[in-house]
Design a protein around this ligand. Structure first.
Ligand code: PEP
Ligand code: MN
Length: 339
């Protein structure tokens, strides 16, 4: 169960509430976020909801018996809107377009991508400065200095930064320079990292694990929410299946399912999802039509020269076309009244 607490609940009201909830055989955990306070009750016994619901200090009580609770749509029907400032949102009802290279490489490259974003009215730029690479000999990113440089150029242009955080020790040093912390597929179940991101007052985008289920993705999001951070975005980026013809298998099914199960915005990464440049646009548009709230894809001024993931990276002409197709498709989708 989720009990939404009044912001001004007194200590004695809370004590009494916990006593009553424990009394019906439920263990309790208190969760305080930037937006509210909750008491989570874990147990199996049936009980009369009115017994708790009438107590003082409560806004509402909801029965959510899934493993994930706070990220569930069962108690919060209103979709979560992520406000990145300067009128940039990731939320249902809008279509977020996020593009940029796999890795941040040079100052010239940052300037080129920022200019490309401005030209195409793209407000969010992706790029890795800490890169999780399958091979230790591959390029592993420019690190914090690269992020600082990127932030200097992007913030001047009003472009928001989406970038991966790989470990807890990076959270604080990155904080002044990021708008959205990305949790990569390989870290999707790094529970220490998720716990720590719960303490941060900045948006977090969690990618689905390489072999992660939808339920596991939601539970990862639950870690961050229950740690205190409600500013969450879910990202479908393809999963590992027996299929070898594409890099991953973009699970389009996950989009309507996540949207139905959770109030969090869902975005799709077709670049890692299929891993083949020529097919990225199709999969991006399929993601839009399946109900995504945003698309994140890789682009670079000369993809063939990219330090990483060039094979799935669009050039700027392709990216410009795709950005406008994404928007057109989104307009068309609005007429379908999904869900
Ligand atoms: C990336 O976004 O460049 C990346 C490494 O993604 P993923 O964690 O989905 O592999
Ligand atoms: Mn990449």
């Amino acid at each position: 169960m989720i009990i939404q607490l009044q912001p001004d609940i007194s200590d004695s009201q809370k004590e009494n509430l916990i006593l009553k909830v424990n009394g019906i055989g439920y263990k309790t955990t208190e969760v305080k976020t930037q937006l509210g306070s909750y008491l989570i009750g874990i147990g199996k016994k049936e009980f009369d909801i009115r017994k708790i619901g009438q107590l003082d200090g409560i806004i509402d009580i909801h029965i959510v018996s899934d493993e994930y609770k706070l990220v569930s749509k069962k108690w919060k029907v209103k979709p979560t809107s992520i406000d990145l400032g300067d009128n940039v949102f990731i939320k249902e009802g809008e279509m977020a377009v996020i593009t940029g290279p796999c890795s941040i490489e040079t100052e010239e490259q940052i300037r080129a991508v920022v200019a490309h974003c401005i030209e195409n009215d793209i407000k969010m730029m992706r790029g890795g400065v800490f890169k999780p690479r399958s091979s230790p000999y591959a390029f592993r990113g420019l690190g914090l200095d690269g992020l600082k440089l990127w932030h200097e150029i992007a913030s001047e242009a009003g472009i928001k930064i989406v970038t991966e955080v790989m470990q807890t020790s990076q959270i604080e040093e990155m904080y002044p320079y990021v708008d959205v912390y990305q949790v990569g597929a390989r870290n999707s179940q790094n529970f220490n990292l998720l716990d720590e991101l719960g303490k941060v007052d900045k948006a977090v985008m969690i990618k689905r694990g390489i072999s992660g289920t939808i339920e596991e993705l939601l539970q990862s999001a639950e870690y961050v929410f229950s740690g205190g951070n409600e500013k969450l975005i879910l990202c479908e980026r393809g999963i590992r299946t027996y299929e070898r013809a594409s890099r991953n298998t973009l699970d389009l099914n996950a989009i309507p399912i996540l949207k139905a199960k959770s109030h969090l915005p869902v975005i799709v990464d077709p670049s890692h999802g299929i891993g083949i440049r020529a097919y990225v646009p199709q999969m991006a548009l399929a993601g839009v039509m399946a109900g995504a709230d945003g698309i994140i894809y890789e682009s670079h001024e000369v993809p063939e020269k990219a330090y990483s993931d060039g094979q799935q990276t669009l050039d700027f002409a392709q990216s410009a076309r795709l950005a406008s197709w994404i928007r057109e498709s989104f307009e068309m989708r609005k007429g379908f009244d999904l869900l």
